[in-house]
Design a protein around this ligand. Structure first.
Ligand code: ADP
Length: 392
């Protein structure tokens, strides 16, 4: 049995047909530039790649073309081999602490949560509606990025602002990347053979978040009401004094939309070093670029600060795991973070850290007080497995 995993973004749809048991990706593809004059649909199956440039006016048209390609190029989606369609949903608000079988009520909740996920939830909804219409005989499951963090202790998810306003406007820490944090922390438990671990997962890609997980349950995470809070990211500020908003509003006359754009799309590594691709920032730093060096220092500093805070929150720390584009690939970021943790007994095995691999691996020495690992994230597989939990 397989699961079709769908990730509908504002102007794109990514999909993958996954075997949830073996983890094998059987077919995959994407629809890009939905709503633009010319779009593109790509499909890959059994070594054959198909790419079609065509206008894709909306998500419905995109998904229809994907299903047509499945029937034309394979594998068939209508031969009864698909157990579920798993939909990635960014914002599940207070309603979902795990995956949910999609029905009209669940669809209504996702719609209700649009104000908390204005960029993502409308696209998810569009994807779900068309997918249910086109594949009506297969159960559809919604897998929420926020679900892993719904059970955070109140002291961790509550912001210290007026209670009535917070209640009225659903202000709290929801977190994000939860599917990845749940998957990676679960893999670490299996790898180290312990289900009582106090661990930190650093999901550092273009977006970046840290989580603290005790015995499989999340107790802290760095993203907040939205993915803006926390670590330094490709284009987002991460933590910043909210008074910067008031200051720039009053002194620079910037509007809320301009500030949103500045904080979410023109800050982070892009704002500091001129580029959000960490490979370019590293190359600039190696070439002596002072801005890139400072950006890198700020980036590593923030990571170290969160690790210290989370170790204190958990009252101990057994494992630190790096994942996502930067975590899996940048031996420099991993080395600089771990060097700063040497006073706490963290010992990185330099040779293991430098090995390039797609595999799960421990990169600390046997005498390190805290295990350091690299575990590639696989959100599609995680969504497929969670979908199977729901449909049995
Ligand atoms: P997204 O949040 O878009 O899913 P990814 O997890 O794909 O992001 O990560 C993208 C980031 O990973 C980019 O900043 C990219 O520069 C970085 N990255 C990929 N490979 C390397 C590498 N070898 N060294 C440093 N950074 C890398």
């Amino acid at each position: 049995m397989t699961v079709l995993v769908i990730n509908s973004g504002s102007s794109s749809i990514k999909y993958q047909l996954v075997d949830p048991e073996s983890g094998e990706s059987i077919a995959a593809g994407l629809v890009e530039r939905i709503g633009e004059e010319m779009g593109r649909v790509e499909h890959e199956y059994a070594g054959e790649e198909t790419a079609i440039d065509m206008p894709v006016p909306d998500h419905g048209a995109g998904l229809r073309e994907v299903l047509r390609l499945f029937e034309e190029k394979g594998p068939s989606l209508t031969d009864g081999s698909i157990a579920a369609v798993g939909h990635r949903i960014v914002q599940g608000g207070k309603y979902f602490d795990g995956p949910a079988l999609v029905d009209d009520e669940v669809q209504g909740r996702i719609e209700e949560l649009i104000p908390l996920g204005p960029l993502h939830n409308p696209a998810h909804l569009a994807g779900i509606k068309v997918a249910r219409e086109l594949l009506p005989d297969i159960p559809h499951v919604a897998v929420f990025d926020t679900a892993f963090f719904q059970g955070l202790p109140a002291e961790a998810h509550t912001y210290a602002i007026d209670r009535d306003i917070a209640e009225k406007h659903s202000i709290r820490r929801y977190g994000a990347h939860g599917t990845s944090h749940r998957f990676v922390s679960g893999e670490v438990s299996k790898l180290l053979g312990r289900d009582d671990l106090k661990q930190i997962v650093l999901h550092i890609g273009n977006g970046a978040s840290a989580s603290a997980v005790v015995a499989g349950k999340a107790v802290e995470t760095s993203m907040g009401l939205t993915p803006l809070e926390g670590l330094v990211m490709g284009t987002r500020t991460g933590d910043i004094d909210p008074a910067v908003v008031f200051h720039l509003g009053r002194e620079a006359g910037m509007s809320i939309d301009e500030l949103d754009d500045l904080f979410n799309r023109r800050s982070g590594m892009k704002g500091l070093a001129g580029d959000n691709d960490m490979r370019i920032v590293e190359a600039k730093m190696d070439a002596g670029d002072e801005n890139a060096k400072l950006a890198f220092d700020v980036y590593v500093h923030r990571l170290v600060k969160y690790i210290g805070a989370y170790a204190a929150v958990m009252g101990g720390l057994d494992a630190i795991t790096f994942t996502a584009g930067i975590g899996e690939n940048s031996n420099t970021v991993r080395r600089l973070v771990c060097e700063r943790l040497a006073p706490f007994g963290v010992r990185l095995d330099g040779a293991k850290n430098d090995v390039r691999s797609k595999g799960q691996r421990v990169i600390s020495t046997p005498d390190s007080t805290i295990a350091v690992l690299v575990v590639p994230t696989n959100e599609e597989l995680a969504i497929a497995r969670q979908s199977m939990e729901v449909v049995g």
